[in-house]
Design a protein around this ligand. Structure first.
Ligand code: DAK
Length: 259
C-alpha cells in the first residue's frame, strides 16, 4: 500500500511513523486510519524485523488534534458505530503489537489523537504538548476507546473531569497524572524516544512480547492475567532466549538476544 497520510522511516530496527497532515494539525482522516490499519493489522510493519515503533506528528504544533472534524457530517448511526469499531480494532492492534510502540507527543494530543497515544505502550511528551478529550464540545463522546483507556491510565476521577470539562492539560500535568512518563524539550523528544526503544530492544524480544500480553490481559475481561503470567512464566523458562540471558549473567557478559 502506498502511504499518503503517514510517513514511515526505518532506522536500524526502529520504525518511525509520522502522521503527516500538518495543515490540519495531523487530524485523523480516513486515509490515516486506513494506513494505520495497513501497518498494524494487515502486515505493513514486520514486527520480527524491528525492535520498536515510534508514532509522532509532523510539524512542531501537533501530535494529532483529533479525528478530522470535516468527515463527521452526514453519518448515520450504523456508519458511526462501524467507524468507531474500525478505530477500536486498529487501536487494539497497536496495543497488542508484539514490540513496543511509543507515542512521541510533540504538541496537541486531542480526541482521537489522544486515544491513539493512549493505545501506545508508552507516551512521552515535549514541553509544548497539550492533552485533552474535547468531544463534548462537539456534542460527542470519544469513539476510539477514550472513555476506557483514559480511566485505565489516570483513574476515574481525573478521567471524568477531563472528559466532561474538555479541559486541556499541559505536559507537566500529564506527567503528574501518569498519562506520560517523560517530558523533554521539543529538540530532544525523538532522541529520548529512540533511546527508550533501543533500551527495550536490547532485552529478550519474546520476553518483551509476553510482558505486553500479560499487562494487556489485566484489562481484558475475557482473560485471567494472573493465570496467563503463570503459564507464560513457565514457557519463558524453556526458551533459548532465557537460556542465553541466564548464561550471559553467569559468564558475566552482556546477553545477545538478537544474533
Ligand atoms: N479536524 C480537522 N481540521 C482541524 C482539526 C480537526 N480535528 N484540528 C485543527 N484543524 C485545522 C483547523 O481547522 C485549521 O485549518 P485552516 O483553518 O487553517 O484550514 C488548522 O487545522 C489549524 O488549526 P487552528 O487554526 O484552529 O489552530 P489553533 O492553534 O488556533 O488551535 C486547536 C489549535 C487544536 C486548539 C484547534 O485547532 C482545535 O480546537 N482543533 C479541534 C480540536 C478538536 O475538537 N478535535 C476533535 C476532537 S473529537 C468518530 C470517532 C472518533 C471521533 C469522532 C468520530 N467516529 C467513529 C465517527 C473522535 C473525535 C475527536 O477526535
Amino acid at each position: 500500500m502506498e502511504l499518503k497520510a503517514l510517513n514511515l522511516s526505518i532506522n536500524d530496527g526502529v520504525a518511525t511513523i509520522t502522521i503527516n497532515r500538518p495543515k490540519a494539525l495531523n487530524a485523523i482522516n480516513k486515509d490515516v486510519m486506513d494506513e494505520l490499519k495497513y501497518l498494524f493489522i494487515d502486515g505493513g510493519l514486520d514486527a520480527h524485523a524491528l525492535m520498536g515503533v515510534i508514532i509522532t506528528g509532523s510539524g512542531d504544533k501537533a501530535f494529532v488534534a483529533g479525528a478530522d472534524i470535516t468527515e463527521f457530517t452526514s453519518v448515520t448511526k450504523e456508519e458511526g458505530s462501524n467507524l468507531s469499531e474500525k478505530g477500536h480494532n486498529v487501536y487494539n492492534a497497536i496495543e497488542a503489537f508484539s514490540i513496543p510502540v511509543l507515542a512521541a507527543v510533540n504538541g496537541f494530543s486531542l480526541g482521537g489523537g489522544n486515544e491513539l497515544a493512549m493505545a501506545c505502550h508508552i507516551r512521552i511528551a515535549s514541553e509544548n504538548a497539550r492533552f485533552g478529550q474535547p468531544e463534548v464540545n462537539l456534542g460527542l463522546i470519544p469513539g476510539y476507546a477514550g472513555t476506557q483507556r483514559l480511566v485505565q491510565l489516570i483513574g476515574k476521577g481525573r478521567a471524568l473531569e477531563l472528559l466532561m470539562t474538555a479541559d486541556m492539560i499541559d505536559a507537566p500535568t500529564a506527567l503528574h497524572y501518569g498519562l506520560v512518563t517523560h517530558v523533554t524539550s521539543a529538540e530532544t523528544l525523538m532522541e529520548t524516544a529512540e533511546k527508550i526503544i533501543r533500551k527495550i530492544g536490547s532485552k529478550g524480544p519474546e520476553a518483551i512480547q509476553r510482558t505486553i500480553e500479560c499487562v494487556n490481559a489485566y484489562f481484558d475481561k475475557a482473560e485471567d492475567g494472573f493465570k496467563k503470567e503463570i503459564d507464560l512464566f513457565g514457557h519463558m523458562l524453556t526458551t533459548d532466549e532465557c537460556k542465553e540471558g541466564v548464561q550471559a549473567f553467569l559468564e558475566k557478559r552482556k546477553a545477545n538476544f538478537r544474533s
